[in-house]
Ligand binder design. Structure first.
Ligand code: HEC
Length: 128
């Protein structure tokens, strides 16, 4: 009986940990979990782009777009105006596969990104 009790305590603990990690996943976590950082940095929030550095930094994306537009854009329902051909829209390249709840968290956070990052910080040498 002792082991059963221990096992159920384990289940409860594991369950609450799992719950906690989904409940507290914020914009930055969704951003990296959905691999947006493959192509984007958010320098103001300290998120570097994983591959090509600063391909398109989203530090000030909240200045020109609100959360509702961002959600549509990221789902591929609207595009950015095409500067060369005003009759066309440029759709986003990335694909978003996570839940609507995650999309909400992500776009609410992105919409608050309004602070230009200081000049891209050069790789700082380790002090130690
Ligand atoms: C495969 C590379 C790639 C991935 C992955 C990607 N993006 Fe993009 N994203 C782009 C490119 C390229 C543009 C610029 C498009 C243009 O100018 O038409 C862009 C533009 C944007 C813009 C508009 C920026 C502006 O200044 O108007 C937002 C917002 C954005 N991406 C968010 C995201 C989010 C959120 C994710 C993750 C779900 C993501 N992107 C994943 C390549 C990517």
């Amino acid at each position: 009986m002792k082991s059963l009790k221990a096992f159920s305590i384990f289940l409860v603990t594991a369950g609450s940990l799992l719950f906690a990690s989904t409940a507290f996943a914020g914009g930055p976590e969704v951003f990296t979990a959905e691999k947006c950082n493959k192509c984007h940095s958010v320098a103001s929030a300290g998120i570097p782009a994983a591959k090509k550095p600063m391909q398109r930094d989203l530090s000030t994306v909240g200045v020109s777009h609100d959360a509702a537009w961002l959600a549509k854009y990221i789902k591929g329902e609207v595009g950015l105006p095409d500067k060369k051909d005003p009759t066309k829209e440029k759709m986003h390249k990335g694909k978003f596969k996570a839940s609507d709840a995650d999309l909400g968290t992500l776009t609410a956070w992105l919409a608050t990104q309004k602070t230009p990052a200081p000049t891209p910080a050069p790789e700082e040498p380790d002090e130690e």
